[in-house]
Design a protein around this ligand. Structure first.
Ligand SMILES: Nc1nc2c(ncn2[C@@H]2O[C@H](COP(=O)(O)OP(=O)(O)OP(=O)(O)O)[C@@H](O)[C@H]2O)c(=O)[nH]1
Ligand SMILES: [Mg+2]
Length: 355
């Protein structure tokens, strides 16, 4: 197993608790890549060092057998080069880590194209106006050595060509999806949305007896799975599992995965699923809520807290008081599922009468 140290700078406008929660999440992201975090180093500074992110002296003093030095914020290509020189470790930032997770978890043709597109766009923006080579730019996990500098222009042109090709391929898949969606216009469509690892796939499995892979790793699902769900008598709806949200999802990934996220915008009801055991569930609700408001503000939503089997009565009651309209379930232990189905049926009836 590869090892990493996490390094961050605490500037005056971030408090220690928030910083800790963010680094806990970074550690989980690393864990999803099977990289073990062995230590965290935090430096208090007035501002980020433009050349080296943290202070030079601070970086020079790590005595560690780690392979990587991980950062929660985006590093510039020159910061990466400087940090590598000072520490002898491979610098990786949050974007590199998330991109690599997506890369490892992409299974369908669509997801693979989307990830490659995001990766190439990231490389291209790193190459802009620079004379360094590809491998250095990516700072990629697992990439060793580098090509000659003359390669750069060639690389750039190759990348642009490949991007154009991938975009065309993606367009084809998107238009197939759109016509599928149009053919289902008279069917009640529910999406399960939420922060990564909230239990979305587990809930899809519980509600529809599907067999979607659900694991304690971040971003297990990159492709939406859609299944039929029985409501009552001869009434059915369709239910989709979606790719999770996370704080600071890299810009190029969001753009590439637009059609995957679009499934949510097609739905008639959104189940916003929250992991009640997360130490940071309030911020997680906020992040998902903000994303959903962008294009789904008119779609009815059910706020559903999951994993209540893991929580104690005190915490549960506190959250119930904070969110009196929410539902509380355990997708895994099948608790509260009947109530959830009742709510779904209630929304289905409203939708049906409105048609
Ligand atoms: N104890 C308990 N564990 C749960 C529950 N629901 C999900 N889990 C676990 O939480 C982890 C994540 O579940 P997933 O269903 O993969 O979560 P997801 O939201 O689909 O995650 P991504 O696809 O990675 O965004 C898995 O280990 C599940 O077994 C629950 O109600 N109780
Ligand atoms: Mg999932």
């Amino acid at each position: 197993m590869k090892k990493a140290i996490i390094v961050d700078v605490q500037i005056p406008d971030i408090d220690s608790i928030t910083l800790k929660l963010h680094l806990d999440e970074l550690e989980r992201l690393l864990d999803s890549l099977n990289i073990q975090t062995i230590k965290r180093f935090i430096q208090k500074r007035d501002k980020i060092h433009p050349a080296t992110y943290a202070g030079r002296g601070f970086l020079e003093n790590f005595n560690t057998d780690a392979d990587y030095i991980a950062f929660d914020n985006k590093l510039s290509p020159s910061q990466k080069r400087n940090i590598k020189k000072l520490t002898g470790l491979i610098p990786i930032d949050r974007e590199d880590i998330i991109l690599q997770i997506f890369k490892n978890h992409a299974k369908t043709k669509e997801a693979k194209i989307q990830v490659e597109l995001a990766e190439l766009k990231t490389i291209l923006s790193g190459l802009k106006g620079r004379k360094t080579n590809l491998a250095q730019q990516v700072g990629a996990i697992g990439v060793k050595g580098g090509k000659g500098e003359k390669q750069i222009e060639l690389d750039r042109r190759k990348i642009q060509k490949r991007i154009a090709f991938l975009k065309r391929e993606l367009k084809k898949i998107e238009s197939r999806k759109e016509s599928l969606h149009r053919s289902r216009e008279n069917v009640f469509h529910i999406s399960i949305a939420g922060y990564t690892n909230a239990g979305k796939s587990t809930l899809l499995n519980t509600l529809t007896k599907a067999n979607v892979s659900a694991k304690d790793k971040l971003f297990m699902t990159l492709d939406t799975t859609t299944r039929r769900i029985h409501l009552f008598e001869n009434k059915y709806a369709i239910l989709s599992d979606t790719v999770g949200f996370i704080r600071k999802l890299p810009h190029h990934l969001v753009a590439s995965f637009k059609s995957t996220f679009a499934v949510i915008t097609y739905s008639d009801l959104i189940i916003q699923l929250v992991d009640i055991t997360s130490n940071n569930f309030e911020e997680e609700i906020e992040i998902v809520h903000r994303e959903l408001q962008k294009e789904c503000d008119k779609i009815p939503k059910l706020l559903v807290f999951n994993k209540i089997d893991l929580t104690n009565r005190f915490h549960l009651n506190r959250v119930k008081a904070l969110y009196p309209h929410a539902l509380f379930i355990s997708a895994k232990e099948k608790l509260g599922i009947e109530e959830l189905k009742k709510s779904i049926i209630h929304h289905f009836t409203l939708w049906k009468t409105g048609k």
